[in-house]
Design a protein around this ligand. Sequence first.
Ligand code: ADP
Ligand code: MG
Length: 353
Amino acid sequence: ETLIKSPIIRPINKGVVHRICAGQVILDLSSAVKELVENSLDAGATSIEIALKEYGAECFQVIDNGYGISPNNFKVLALKHHTSKLADFPDLLSLTTFGFRGEALSSLCALGNLTVETRTKNESVATHLTFDHSGLLTAEKKTARQIGTTVTVKKLFSNLPVRSKEFSRNIRKEYGKLISLLNAYALISKGVRLVCTNTTGRNVKSVVLKTQGTGSLRDNIITVFGVNTFSCLEPVTVCVSDNCKVEGFLSKPGQGSGRNLGDRQYFFVNGRPVDMPKVSKLVNELYKGANSRQYPIAIMNFTVPTRACDVNVTPDKRKIFFSDECSILHVLREGLQQIYSPSNASYSVNKVE
Ligand code: ADP
Ligand code: MG
């Protein structure tokens, strides 16, 4: 009888740990671009351009007019868990920025080739920075640029064989997901001009999304989905408690989007785009009572005290825990039932005319 030897426990090499974890922050093209757009918004940008090459497979770039990065931050910019947004654990309870984990740039370094061009108001010229896969600054040179930051990522996932293959195979699907995600930021951002372009093969550049940076959710919906779609929506406000409310727009009972389940449903918590499967399910279920043939468009922002929700559930921050989820869902159900009760359906449809 051979005795199997108990294996030795060893620490994993730092570079390997970095690569393993990076793949959890940056899941796909849209989560990569999401991180960069959020960084631009955190930097106070009022204009953000997302420039894709070959639908993002070759390269993507996020160009902003935010406050830029000061030279004393260059060396630590892409190091793991380095951030200007969070210093201590209790800060998590009062966060107003999208980012706080200091993982995006370092993860992008691990998964692709990252360069940054940036200039603050204190510099007369910009600096072009190159980073290696571990997030170390490897080259620095002067360049011309307005105040702001451009982050460029080339060949995302080129060193994760499985994901790289998946990525190039599903590039159109990935691209569709990205556009839907950018729509979310276009809908919720006030006073931010968002443009997304894609350049393909023979240098044909097309504008795939363009907003003017208006002031209201209503205007943003019209820009993103058009005035016809907007006319099929009605404003909804549900007050859950003194400091918690849900505001947004939902399809009128007789005028759903008629597309697939979950298509054009956008949820936000304090302006942060998130996934809310339970709310989506609730909205679909109630809508069914008034209209069994279609699905509703839903654009809903939950305003809750920052200390009553936890955004730090998954590295991509798309999942949210509420301290009082049950009562939020309960009050929301009662509010929406009034709009979508079957007896209300014909009334609301007539009201439209
Ligand atoms: P986090 O956003 O969680 O802080 P990131 O890795 O996304 O982590 O970014 C690291 C830091 O780099 C940020 O804290 C910020 O100081 C700086 N930074 C990143 N992108 C930009 C940008 N577009 N404009 C200004 N500063 C930026
Ligand atoms: Mg960030």
